[in-house]
Ligand binder design. Structure first.
Ligand code: R5P
Length: 264
């Protein structure tokens, strides 16, 4: 691996091989999603517990203080909206030149395997990887499913993660699923999990984080399950302990309860 890519990646994935990424890029197709209406306000208190932040360039430029020493994984795909016809119709939305100008540590691109625009997203992804190679920029592949949440099973996600890695992803973001170990075992690059839409309770999100880590995930890239939770700071602190200390689910539950009590 090229030194530049290695160096940038090491800012995101820490020495223990793990990372807590905070996803705040939702607005690129969802607009002002609940609790992210004012991104600066949402992001600021969570930054001290975040290893890498995943925004769009608009949120980065307008809502994140440039003096922060936080590695950025920049959303670089888009071109559709939640009210449009097809979420898979994405293209590259940020030039590598602008990503370098923003001094980001990686760019993120969604691939929609099995969708109407599978070919388009994969070819654009490969182009971004090629450009990344020129500039020493890692590319995160996001295995997106659009509105078809039921697609998220081990057979499908293993296919997506493996294809993304084969095509040059430095790391992959996917969903947690039953038999998640299968996804991890067949993917030769680090895998982080998204949280997906807010789960019923905070504990559900903690449980999938614990299981994913136990099965070999490199960490999380969670959004809604953190900043839409009742106490986002308590939630991210607990997720951090799961990711970096490997605390089990029961301990994570107790930790979140304790932190909540203290902040009440
Ligand atoms: C959606 O595609 C966004 O890119 C998010 O980054 C991703 O879904 C992770 O956030 P959440 O944990 O809220 O699903």
């Amino acid at each position: 691996m090229d030194w530049g890519i290695k160096n940038r990646l090491s800012r995101i994935i820490k020495k223990d091989g793990r990372t807590v990424m905070l996803a705040v890029d939702h607005g690129y197709f969802l607009g002002p999603v609940s609790k992210l209406e004012d991104p600066a306000k949402t992001i600021k208190p969570l930054l001290p517990y975040t290893d890498a932040l995943m925004p769009t360039r608009g949120v980065l430029r307008n809502c994140v203080d440039a003096s922060n020493d936080i590695p950025i994984v920049l959303r670089a795909s888009g071109g559709n909206s939640i009210i449009g016809e097809d979420l898979s119709n994405e293209e590259i939305t940020v030039s590598m030149k602008d990503a370098v100008r923003l001094n980001v540590s990686a760019v993120a691109f969604s691939v929609y395997i099995g969708s109407k625009h599978e070919h388009q997203t994969l070819i654009n992804f490969a182009k971004l990887v090629d450009e990344g190679m020129e500039y020493g920029m890692p590319v995160l592949a996001v295995t997106a499913v659009g509105k078809e949440l039921e697609k998220r099973d081990a057979r499908y996600l293993s296919l997506c993660c493996r294809m993304a890695a084969e095509m040059g992803a430095s790391f992959v973001k996917t969903y947690y699923c039953e038999d998640f170990g299968k996804v991890i075992k067949s993917c030769p690059v680090p895998v982080v999990i998204a949280g997906g839409p807010k789960l019923k309770t905070e504990y559900d999100a903690l449980e999938i984080a614990c299981d994913a880590i136990k099965l070999g995930a490199a960490g999380v890239d969670m959004g809604r399950n953190i900043w839409q939770s009742e106490d986002p700071v308590a939630m991210i602190k607990t997720v951090r302990a799961i990711v970096h200390e490997g605390i089990p689910f029961k301990k994570a539950q107790d930790m979140l309860k304790g932190l909540r009590k203290r902040s009440a």
